[in-house]
Design a protein around this ligand. Structure first.
Ligand code: GTP
Ligand code: MG
Length: 193
């Protein structure tokens, strides 16, 4: 997809702050520091529109990015970071639940996993959570640049197997460094926007 405009519209912590123009939304999900924000930047060819960090916990709110005046990427805070207080975790849970449970314009979710590693228990739980809301889930196995080419198939199969990916969902290997997988993700996303 040719990107003509990409801008942050709002950062929200509750439903009354969500945009209300009814454009379709694609939400990100994934562990802290896995590369959700980097994924969005690569997809829209903006180096720093979305803030990224080598430290986990950079994204703290639901951030709505309007792309081509057509749809939103919704960046969300990650899960699974050990150094988070119980109170913070509860706040995160409430914010996510309100969004996933009520958002009618949400068309699909992109679950980002690290293709180098077997998906974690948290990843498995998140996939189940998204399927509970009957969302189509596109699984993006990122950091593909960090594994040798000969091991790609093995890592891809491990992701599919451990997550028990439903036959209607797809896993796309991706790298925010090289842009591999980008065209594949766009071709799937076109169905929803
Ligand atoms: P939180 O907002 O904390 O949940 O993290 P996030 O999932 O948004 O991760 P972010 O995009 O900030 O990236 C975390 C780190 O991983 C950064 O140092 C990125 O440069 C790095 N990173 C992300 N994607 C890739 C990738 O495809 N390849 C490589 N080599 N590094 C990546
Ligand atoms: Mg982030």
């Amino acid at each position: 997809m040719k990107i003509t405009t990409a801008e942050i519209i709002t950062s929200a912590v509750s439903a009354k702050q969500y945009p209300n123009d009814r454009s379709p939304e694609i939400a990100l999900a994934g562990r802290s520091n896995v590369g959700k924000s980097s994924f969005i930047n690569k997809m829209i060819q903006r180096k720093n529109l979305v803030r990224t960090s080598s430290k986990p916990g950079k994204t703290q709110t639901l951030n709505f990015y309007k792309i081509n005046d057509l749809f939103y990427f919704v960046d969300v805070p990650g899960y699974g970071y050990a150094k988070v207080s119980k109170k913070e975790r509860e706040k995160w849970g409430g914010m996510m639940e309100e969004y996933f449970q009520t958002r009618e314009t949400l068309k699909a979710a992109i679950l980002i996993t690290d293709i180098r590693h077997e998906p974690t228990k948290d990843d498995m739980q998140m996939y189940g959570y998204l399927k509970y809301f009957e969302l189509p889930v596109i699984i993006v196995g990122t950091k593909l640049d960090k594994i040798p080419k000969g091991k790609r198939v093995k890592h891809l199969n491990q992701t599919i197997h451990t997550l028990q990916v439903e036959s209607t969902d797809i896993v796309i290997p991706f790298s925010a460094e090289t842009g591999e997988g980008k065209a594949d993700v766009w071709s799937i996303l076109k169905k929803y926007i």
